[in-house]
Design a protein around this ligand. Structure first.
Ligand code: NAI
Ligand code: MG
Length: 362
Protein backbone atom coordinates (compact mmCIF):
# COMPACT_ATOMS: atom_id res chain seq x y z
CA UNK A 1 0.00 0.00 0.00
CA UNK A 2 2.76 2.46 0.95
CA UNK A 3 6.52 2.04 0.92
CA UNK A 4 8.37 0.67 3.87
CA UNK A 5 8.52 3.01 6.85
CA UNK A 6 11.34 2.78 9.36
CA UNK A 7 10.70 3.30 13.05
CA UNK A 8 13.41 3.75 15.68
CA UNK A 9 12.33 2.09 18.92
CA UNK A 10 13.86 3.51 22.12
CA UNK A 11 12.36 1.94 25.26
CA UNK A 12 14.57 3.81 27.75
CA UNK A 13 14.28 3.06 31.46
CA UNK A 14 11.97 1.49 34.02
CA UNK A 15 8.47 0.78 32.79
CA UNK A 16 9.52 2.14 29.38
CA UNK A 17 11.02 -1.30 28.78
CA UNK A 18 7.75 -2.96 29.86
CA UNK A 19 5.21 -0.88 27.95
CA UNK A 20 7.25 -0.59 24.74
CA UNK A 21 6.88 -4.28 23.71
CA UNK A 22 3.09 -3.84 24.01
CA UNK A 23 3.20 -0.73 21.86
CA UNK A 24 5.16 -2.59 19.20
CA UNK A 25 2.85 -5.61 19.48
CA UNK A 26 -0.21 -3.46 18.74
CA UNK A 27 1.55 -1.62 15.89
CA UNK A 28 2.48 -4.97 14.33
CA UNK A 29 -1.14 -6.07 14.63
CA UNK A 30 -2.26 -2.83 12.96
CA UNK A 31 0.32 -3.34 10.21
CA UNK A 32 -1.06 -6.86 9.59
CA UNK A 33 -4.66 -5.73 9.42
CA UNK A 34 -4.05 -2.68 7.24
CA UNK A 35 -1.25 -4.06 5.09
CA UNK A 36 1.36 -1.57 6.26
CA UNK A 37 5.06 -2.13 5.92
CA UNK A 38 6.60 -0.96 9.18
CA UNK A 39 10.17 -1.86 10.12
CA UNK A 40 11.22 -1.56 13.77
CA UNK A 41 14.83 -1.06 14.87
CA UNK A 42 15.56 -1.13 18.60
CA UNK A 43 18.17 1.04 20.31
CA UNK A 44 19.49 0.65 23.85
CA UNK A 45 20.70 4.23 24.30
CA UNK A 46 18.83 6.93 26.25
CA UNK A 47 18.85 4.72 29.36
CA UNK A 48 20.63 4.54 32.72
CA UNK A 49 22.22 1.25 31.69
CA UNK A 50 23.73 2.78 28.55
CA UNK A 51 24.96 5.74 30.59
CA UNK A 52 26.68 3.48 33.12
CA UNK A 53 28.46 1.60 30.33
CA UNK A 54 29.41 4.56 28.12
CA UNK A 55 29.46 7.63 30.36
CA UNK A 56 26.96 9.34 28.07
CA UNK A 57 23.27 8.97 27.36
CA UNK A 58 23.72 8.79 23.57
CA UNK A 59 26.34 7.65 21.06
CA UNK A 60 28.17 10.43 19.26
CA UNK A 61 26.44 9.72 15.95
CA UNK A 62 22.89 9.72 17.37
CA UNK A 63 21.79 12.53 15.07
CA UNK A 64 22.86 10.81 11.84
CA UNK A 65 21.60 7.45 13.09
CA UNK A 66 18.11 8.63 14.00
CA UNK A 67 17.79 11.03 11.06
CA UNK A 68 17.49 7.97 8.82
CA UNK A 69 14.16 6.98 10.41
CA UNK A 70 10.62 8.06 9.57
CA UNK A 71 9.66 8.31 13.24
CA UNK A 72 10.95 7.67 16.75
CA UNK A 73 8.85 5.57 19.11
CA UNK A 74 9.98 6.41 22.63
CA UNK A 75 9.23 4.88 26.05
CA UNK A 76 10.48 6.87 29.03
CA UNK A 77 13.86 7.95 30.31
CA UNK A 78 15.01 8.49 33.89
CA UNK A 79 16.27 6.48 36.86
CA UNK A 80 17.11 9.08 39.52
CA UNK A 81 18.93 6.62 41.82
CA UNK A 82 21.45 5.84 39.08
CA UNK A 83 21.61 8.99 36.90
CA UNK A 84 20.52 12.49 37.95
CA UNK A 85 17.36 13.51 36.08
CA UNK A 86 18.91 16.62 34.52
CA UNK A 87 21.56 14.42 32.88
CA UNK A 88 19.19 11.74 31.63
CA UNK A 89 16.59 14.15 30.28
CA UNK A 90 18.90 16.82 28.86
CA UNK A 91 21.27 14.18 27.57
CA UNK A 92 18.63 12.39 25.50
CA UNK A 93 15.01 13.40 25.05
CA UNK A 94 15.63 17.14 25.01
CA UNK A 95 18.42 16.67 22.46
CA UNK A 96 15.98 14.83 20.20
CA UNK A 97 13.32 17.53 20.57
CA UNK A 98 15.77 20.32 19.76
CA UNK A 99 18.00 18.60 17.22
CA UNK A 100 14.99 17.43 15.22
CA UNK A 101 13.18 20.78 15.55
CA UNK A 102 10.09 19.13 17.02
CA UNK A 103 8.38 22.45 17.53
CA UNK A 104 4.91 21.03 18.18
CA UNK A 105 4.05 19.25 21.38
CA UNK A 106 0.68 17.63 20.81
CA UNK A 107 -1.49 16.02 23.47
CA UNK A 108 -4.98 14.63 23.03
CA UNK A 109 -7.25 15.07 26.05
CA UNK A 110 -9.97 12.51 25.64
CA UNK A 111 -12.07 10.85 28.29
CA UNK A 112 -12.01 7.11 27.66
CA UNK A 113 -14.75 4.64 28.61
CA UNK A 114 -14.35 3.03 31.99
CA UNK A 115 -11.85 5.62 33.22
CA UNK A 116 -13.43 7.87 35.82
CA UNK A 117 -12.81 11.57 35.26
CA UNK A 118 -11.84 13.55 38.34
CA UNK A 119 -14.45 16.03 37.07
CA UNK A 120 -17.86 15.04 38.43
CA UNK A 121 -20.51 13.89 35.99
CA UNK A 122 -18.31 13.82 32.88
CA UNK A 123 -18.62 10.94 30.45
CA UNK A 124 -16.81 9.79 27.29
CA UNK A 125 -17.70 12.26 24.55
CA UNK A 126 -17.73 15.22 26.94
CA UNK A 127 -13.96 15.69 26.83
CA UNK A 128 -12.26 15.31 23.48
CA UNK A 129 -9.79 17.99 22.52
CA UNK A 130 -6.14 18.59 21.66
CA UNK A 131 -3.58 20.86 23.28
CA UNK A 132 -1.01 22.21 20.81
CA UNK A 133 2.03 23.62 22.62
CA UNK A 134 4.80 25.67 21.05
CA UNK A 135 7.89 23.70 22.00
CA UNK A 136 10.98 25.76 21.11
CA UNK A 137 10.80 29.43 22.14
CA UNK A 138 8.50 31.80 24.03
CA UNK A 139 8.89 32.06 27.78
CA UNK A 140 11.52 29.29 27.90
CA UNK A 141 14.42 31.33 26.58
CA UNK A 142 18.05 31.60 27.58
CA UNK A 143 18.04 35.38 27.22
CA UNK A 144 18.55 37.05 30.57
CA UNK A 145 20.80 37.06 33.56
CA UNK A 146 21.50 38.13 37.11
CA UNK A 147 23.31 41.36 38.03
CA UNK A 148 24.73 42.38 41.38
CA UNK A 149 24.17 38.84 42.58
CA UNK A 150 23.99 38.40 46.32
CA UNK A 151 23.75 42.12 47.04
CA UNK A 152 20.82 44.38 47.88
CA UNK A 153 20.89 45.56 44.26
CA UNK A 154 20.36 42.04 42.90
CA UNK A 155 18.46 42.18 39.57
CA UNK A 156 17.22 39.16 37.63
CA UNK A 157 15.79 39.12 34.11
CA UNK A 158 14.56 36.42 31.75
CA UNK A 159 13.08 37.50 28.44
CA UNK A 160 10.24 35.95 26.47
CA UNK A 161 11.29 35.42 22.88
CA UNK A 162 8.60 35.09 20.21
CA UNK A 163 9.55 35.08 16.56
CA UNK A 164 7.19 35.49 13.63
CA UNK A 165 8.54 32.25 12.16
CA UNK A 166 8.12 30.39 15.43
CA UNK A 167 4.62 31.63 16.21
CA UNK A 168 3.23 31.42 12.68
CA UNK A 169 4.34 27.83 12.25
CA UNK A 170 2.70 26.62 15.46
CA UNK A 171 -0.49 28.51 14.57
CA UNK A 172 -0.53 26.95 11.11
CA UNK A 173 -0.22 23.49 12.63
CA UNK A 174 -3.06 24.19 15.08
CA UNK A 175 -5.37 25.67 12.43
CA UNK A 176 -4.70 22.77 10.07
CA UNK A 177 -5.50 20.29 12.82
CA UNK A 178 -8.71 22.13 13.71
CA UNK A 179 -9.64 22.34 10.02
CA UNK A 180 -9.50 18.51 9.76
CA UNK A 181 -11.76 17.92 12.77
CA UNK A 182 -15.56 17.94 12.59
CA UNK A 183 -15.98 20.76 15.12
CA UNK A 184 -13.46 23.02 13.33
CA UNK A 185 -12.91 25.11 16.42
CA UNK A 186 -9.64 26.63 17.62
CA UNK A 187 -9.06 28.32 20.96
CA UNK A 188 -6.01 30.51 21.54
CA UNK A 189 -4.52 30.82 25.02
CA UNK A 190 -3.52 34.43 25.64
CA UNK A 191 -2.88 36.93 28.40
CA UNK A 192 -2.93 40.16 26.44
CA UNK A 193 -4.56 42.03 29.30
CA UNK A 194 -1.51 41.54 31.52
CA UNK A 195 1.46 40.72 29.29
CA UNK A 196 1.11 43.81 27.18
CA UNK A 197 3.74 43.40 24.44
CA UNK A 198 4.17 39.79 23.39
CA UNK A 199 0.60 38.63 23.98
CA UNK A 200 -1.24 41.33 21.97
CA UNK A 201 1.25 40.51 19.22
CA UNK A 202 0.46 36.78 19.60
CA UNK A 203 -3.26 37.67 19.29
CA UNK A 204 -2.59 39.61 16.09
CA UNK A 205 -0.68 36.66 14.57
CA UNK A 206 -3.64 34.42 15.55
CA UNK A 207 -6.11 36.74 13.76
CA UNK A 208 -3.84 36.90 10.73
CA UNK A 209 -3.55 33.09 10.55
CA UNK A 210 -7.31 32.85 11.04
CA UNK A 211 -7.86 34.65 7.72
CA UNK A 212 -6.20 31.70 6.00
CA UNK A 213 -8.66 29.28 7.66
CA UNK A 214 -12.07 30.89 7.25
CA UNK A 215 -13.88 27.63 8.07
CA UNK A 216 -12.34 27.38 11.52
CA UNK A 217 -14.27 29.05 14.33
CA UNK A 218 -11.77 30.98 16.42
CA UNK A 219 -11.92 32.20 19.98
CA UNK A 220 -9.46 33.14 22.69
CA UNK A 221 -9.33 33.06 26.47
CA UNK A 222 -6.93 34.58 28.93
CA UNK A 223 -4.88 31.78 30.44
CA UNK A 224 -6.29 32.20 33.96
CA UNK A 225 -9.93 31.75 33.00
CA UNK A 226 -8.92 29.15 30.41
CA UNK A 227 -7.56 26.85 33.11
CA UNK A 228 -10.80 27.31 35.04
CA UNK A 229 -12.79 26.40 31.93
CA UNK A 230 -10.74 23.24 31.32
CA UNK A 231 -12.19 22.06 34.64
CA UNK A 232 -15.67 23.65 34.47
CA UNK A 233 -16.49 23.32 30.76
CA UNK A 234 -14.07 20.91 29.04
CA UNK A 235 -16.79 20.22 26.48
CA UNK A 236 -16.21 23.70 25.00
CA UNK A 237 -12.84 22.83 23.49
CA UNK A 238 -11.70 21.17 20.28
CA UNK A 239 -8.13 22.37 19.57
CA UNK A 240 -6.32 24.70 21.96
CA UNK A 241 -3.08 26.43 20.90
CA UNK A 242 -0.67 27.99 23.37
CA UNK A 243 2.81 29.40 23.84
CA UNK A 244 5.49 27.26 25.49
CA UNK A 245 4.70 28.15 29.13
CA UNK A 246 0.92 28.26 28.83
CA UNK A 247 1.02 25.08 26.76
CA UNK A 248 3.16 23.35 29.37
CA UNK A 249 0.51 24.00 31.99
CA UNK A 250 -2.47 23.18 29.77
CA UNK A 251 -0.90 19.99 28.46
CA UNK A 252 -0.72 18.60 32.00
CA UNK A 253 -4.07 19.96 33.12
CA UNK A 254 -5.97 18.65 30.08
CA UNK A 255 -4.94 14.99 30.40
CA UNK A 256 -5.37 15.22 34.19
CA UNK A 257 -9.05 16.04 33.60
CA UNK A 258 -9.38 12.72 31.76
CA UNK A 259 -8.10 10.46 34.53
CA UNK A 260 -4.98 8.37 34.93
CA UNK A 261 -1.52 9.32 33.70
CA UNK A 262 -1.02 5.76 32.49
CA UNK A 263 -3.21 6.22 29.41
CA UNK A 264 -2.16 9.69 28.16
CA UNK A 265 -0.14 9.89 24.90
CA UNK A 266 1.87 12.69 23.35
CA UNK A 267 3.73 13.62 20.21
CA UNK A 268 6.68 15.88 19.52
CA UNK A 269 6.28 16.77 15.90
CA UNK A 270 8.45 18.28 13.19
CA UNK A 271 5.64 19.14 10.76
CA UNK A 272 7.98 19.99 7.88
CA UNK A 273 9.10 16.34 8.03
CA UNK A 274 12.69 17.39 7.55
CA UNK A 275 13.42 15.32 10.68
CA UNK A 276 11.71 12.41 12.42
CA UNK A 277 8.97 13.17 14.94
CA UNK A 278 8.86 11.46 18.33
CA UNK A 279 5.91 9.70 19.94
CA UNK A 280 5.85 8.87 23.65
CA UNK A 281 3.50 8.35 26.59
CA UNK A 282 3.08 11.31 28.93
CA UNK A 283 4.22 9.29 31.94
CA UNK A 284 7.83 8.72 32.99
CA UNK A 285 9.76 5.58 33.89
CA UNK A 286 7.88 5.02 37.18
CA UNK A 287 10.70 3.40 39.20
CA UNK A 288 8.18 2.79 42.02
CA UNK A 289 6.36 0.10 40.00
CA UNK A 290 9.08 -0.90 37.50
CA UNK A 291 9.89 -4.60 37.17
CA UNK A 292 6.51 -5.82 38.39
CA UNK A 293 4.76 -6.10 35.03
CA UNK A 294 1.80 -3.99 36.13
CA UNK A 295 2.40 -0.74 34.25
CA UNK A 296 -0.46 0.42 32.07
CA UNK A 297 0.64 0.12 28.41
CA UNK A 298 -2.20 2.27 26.98
CA UNK A 299 -0.24 5.55 26.96
CA UNK A 300 2.45 3.82 24.90
CA UNK A 301 -0.06 2.13 22.59
CA UNK A 302 -2.07 5.31 22.03
CA UNK A 303 1.19 7.17 21.24
CA UNK A 304 1.71 4.50 18.59
CA UNK A 305 -1.69 5.43 17.13
CA UNK A 306 -0.55 9.07 16.93
CA UNK A 307 2.56 7.88 15.11
CA UNK A 308 0.46 5.92 12.60
CA UNK A 309 -1.59 9.05 11.94
CA UNK A 310 1.56 11.10 11.40
CA UNK A 311 2.85 8.46 8.99
CA UNK A 312 -0.32 8.82 6.92
CA UNK A 313 -2.28 5.82 8.20
CA UNK A 314 -5.39 7.52 9.58
CA UNK A 315 -7.54 4.37 9.36
CA UNK A 316 -5.04 2.24 11.26
CA UNK A 317 -4.64 4.98 13.87
CA UNK A 318 -8.39 5.23 14.39
CA UNK A 319 -8.63 1.43 14.66
CA UNK A 320 -6.00 1.34 17.42
CA UNK A 321 -7.85 4.01 19.41
CA UNK A 322 -11.14 2.13 18.91
CA UNK A 323 -9.53 -1.11 20.11
CA UNK A 324 -8.28 0.67 23.25
CA UNK A 325 -11.78 2.04 23.84
CA UNK A 326 -13.45 -1.33 23.27
CA UNK A 327 -11.15 -3.11 25.73
CA UNK A 328 -11.63 -0.38 28.33
CA UNK A 329 -15.41 -0.36 27.84
CA UNK A 330 -15.63 -4.07 28.74
CA UNK A 331 -14.45 -3.20 32.24
CA UNK A 332 -12.19 -5.01 34.67
CA UNK A 333 -14.36 -8.13 34.79
CA UNK A 334 -14.02 -8.89 31.09
CA UNK A 335 -10.71 -7.16 30.23
CA UNK A 336 -7.32 -7.62 31.92
CA UNK A 337 -7.09 -3.98 33.04
CA UNK A 338 -3.98 -3.01 35.01
CA UNK A 339 -4.24 -2.08 38.71
CA UNK A 340 -4.05 1.70 38.10
CA UNK A 341 -7.43 1.49 36.34
CA UNK A 342 -9.03 -0.90 38.76
CA UNK A 343 -8.07 -4.34 37.42
CA UNK A 344 -5.66 -7.16 38.22
CA UNK A 345 -4.23 -7.62 34.72
CA UNK A 346 -0.59 -7.37 33.68
CA UNK A 347 1.05 -5.05 31.17
CA UNK A 348 1.41 -7.90 28.67
CA UNK A 349 -2.16 -9.18 29.14
CA UNK A 350 -3.63 -5.74 28.50
CA UNK A 351 -1.39 -5.18 25.47
CA UNK A 352 -2.39 -8.59 24.06
CA UNK A 353 -6.09 -7.87 24.64
CA UNK A 354 -5.86 -4.63 22.66
CA UNK A 355 -3.93 -6.31 19.82
CA UNK A 356 -6.52 -9.11 19.72
CA UNK A 357 -9.42 -6.65 19.70
CA UNK A 358 -7.80 -4.84 16.79
CA UNK A 359 -7.55 -8.06 14.80
CA UNK A 360 -11.09 -9.16 15.69
CA UNK A 361 -12.82 -5.90 14.86
CA UNK A 362 -11.10 -5.43 11.51
P1 NAI B 1 6.17 8.97 36.47
O1 NAI B 1 5.22 9.38 35.39
O2 NAI B 1 7.22 8.03 36.11
O3 NAI B 1 5.33 8.37 37.69
C1 NAI B 1 4.36 9.12 38.43
C2 NAI B 1 3.39 8.17 39.15
O4 NAI B 1 2.49 7.60 38.17
C3 NAI B 1 4.08 6.97 39.80
O5 NAI B 1 3.44 6.67 41.00
C4 NAI B 1 3.92 5.85 38.80
O6 NAI B 1 3.88 4.58 39.37
C5 NAI B 1 2.59 6.20 38.14
N1 NAI B 1 2.58 5.77 36.74
C6 NAI B 1 3.25 6.36 35.72
N2 NAI B 1 3.05 5.70 34.58
C7 NAI B 1 2.25 4.66 34.87
C8 NAI B 1 1.70 3.59 34.08
N3 NAI B 1 1.95 3.48 32.75
N4 NAI B 1 0.93 2.68 34.70
C9 NAI B 1 0.65 2.79 36.01
N5 NAI B 1 1.14 3.77 36.80
C10 NAI B 1 1.94 4.70 36.24
O7 NAI B 1 6.80 10.34 37.03
P2 NAI B 1 7.97 10.53 38.13
O8 NAI B 1 7.84 9.51 39.20
O9 NAI B 1 7.91 11.96 38.49
O10 NAI B 1 9.33 10.31 37.36
C11 NAI B 1 10.05 9.09 37.33
C12 NAI B 1 11.19 9.20 36.35
O11 NAI B 1 10.65 9.39 35.03
C13 NAI B 1 12.12 10.40 36.59
O12 NAI B 1 13.42 9.99 36.31
C14 NAI B 1 11.64 11.43 35.59
O13 NAI B 1 12.65 12.34 35.22
C15 NAI B 1 11.26 10.56 34.43
N6 NAI B 1 10.28 11.15 33.51
C16 NAI B 1 10.51 10.96 32.18
C17 NAI B 1 9.61 11.42 31.25
C18 NAI B 1 9.88 11.13 29.82
O14 NAI B 1 10.65 10.24 29.49
N7 NAI B 1 9.24 11.84 28.92
C19 NAI B 1 8.39 12.16 31.64
C20 NAI B 1 8.22 12.26 33.08
C21 NAI B 1 9.14 11.79 33.96
MG1 MG C 1 5.14 19.66 31.90
Amino acid sequence: MTGRQRIAVIAGDGIGTEVMPEGVRVLRAAADVFGLSLEFTEFDFASAEYYERHGDMLPEDWFETLSAFDAIYFGAVGWPDRVPDHISLWGSLLKFRRGFDQYVNLRPCRLMPGIPSPLAGREPGDIDFYVVRENTEGEYSSVGGIMFEGTDREVVLQETVMSRTGVDRILDFAFELADRRPARHLTSATKSNGISITMPWWDSRVREAGRRFPEVRLDQYHIDILTANFVLHPDRFDVVVASNLFGDILSDLGPACTGTIGVAPSANINPSREFPSLFEPVHGSAPDIAGRGIANPIGQIWSGAMMLEHLGHEDAAAAVVSAIEAVLAKGARRSPLTPDIGGTGTTAELGAAIAEELGASA
